[in-house]
Design a protein around this ligand. Structure first.
Ligand SMILES: [Zn+2]
Length: 329
């Protein structure tokens, strides 16, 4: 403790306890008050209190993520931010897809270094679990286009695909050439498959992929009527060809990949399964990021918040069938 200055000595107090001491006492109070305030602000507020204050500030005026915390705020800035509370910027962005819904989707160049792996013609009781395991081990979300009649005989696998966080699209019920089908038939092929999926998964089916990529104005009309996208692809390594090796599949994809590519692959193909981990590793090293088709095009925000992560329980339907992520290992 600092010793008192002479003006506060006992002698002075005895000689002149009145007005003579009033002025210097007031002058002396100033540094004391300043020291007291410094102590109060240094130690009087815990980190929690400061955090709460910052939290309150955020509630009052949630600054956009890109705003620098060091930038001085003006009243005009605050007024503009207040508008953002009413219309969150993220919501606006997620409602504007990079490709209009009525366009046939082949790739999404505006997506940059993102690509979508897609797997057609499953589910397969022999292979789907292995595909899912490889994707999970590599933390990749993909898009599956199963065939309706295969879903019917492998319902648990369809639920498991969705439970792992992958997107599921519609690949018709019988895998016909849709160019040769009328609207009624196309409508039936799609709705029968979507109905089957809707009984088993909690995911809106918004993509339809015509078998063989064959489509005409009838499919476009039916897709528009059902508010679905026609989703094709931009890279086809022909993994469906006989004697196609995994090395050829990988080389073909690496030669043709570009910004926003949609890559066509198939379930039930041993060489594709063999190629998958190598392909994922190689493309990642080249800077490519894997997203689902709806995330690629911006129909759904690229987020993992609605997906089970590793170790979490899968949706109820999977628990009922005693299938979990770990059971695939
Ligand atoms: Zn197919």
């Amino acid at each position: 403790m600092r010793s008192l200055p002479p003006v506060f000595s006992a002698v002075d107090l005895q000689r002149d306890p009145g007005r003579r001491l009033l002025k210097p006492a007031l002058i002396l109070m100033i540094p004391i008050v300043l020291v007291f305030m410094q102590i109060t602000f240094s130690f009087g507020f815990s980190e929690d209190t400061i955090a709460e204050q910052q939290g309150s500030d955020n509630i009052a005026k949630p600054a956009p993520a890109q705003a620098s915390a060091n930038e001085p705020e003006t009243p005009a800035d605050n007024a503009e931010e207040a508008v953002h509370i009413v219309v969150p910027e993220n919501d606006v962005q997620s409602s504007v897809p990079l490709v209009p819904r009525e366009e046939i989707l082949r790739s999404v160049p505006a997506a940059g270094k993102k690509v979508a792996l897609t797997f057609d013609d499953g589910p397969s009781s022999k292979y789907t679990a292995d595909y899912l395991r490889v994707l999970r081990e590599n933390n990749v979300k993909a898009t599956f286009f199963p065939i309706g009649r295969h879903i019917k005989s492998n319902a648990n696998l369809a639920a498991l695909i969705a439970g792992e966080g992958h997107e599921i699209g519609n690949h018709t019920y019988d895998h016909p050439n849709l160019k040769r089908q009328n609207k009624d038939s196309i409508r039936q092929q799609i709705s029968r498959t979507s109905d089957l999926l809707n009984q088993r998964i909690q995911q809106e089916i918004t993509l339809v992929r015509p078998p063989g990529g064959n489509y005409g104005p009838e499919l476009e009309a039916v897709a528009a009527e059902m508010n679905m996208r026609v989703a094709l692809w931009s890279v086809d390594p022909k993994d469906w060809e006989k004697n196609r090796t995994h090395k050829e599949i990988i080389a073909n994809i690496k030669n043709h990949i570009g910004p926003g590519s949609i890559i066509l692959l198939h379930e039930g193909k041993p060489e594709t399964l063999k190629a998958l981990p190598i392909l994922i590793n190689d493309l990642r090293q080249d800077g490519w990021e894997f997203v689902t088709v709806s995330e690629l095009v911006g129909d759904r925000p690229a987020s993992t918040t609605d997906r089970p992560s590793r170790g979490e329980k899968l949706p109820r339907i999977c628990n009922r069938t005693a299938l979990t992520s770990d059971s695939l290992i």
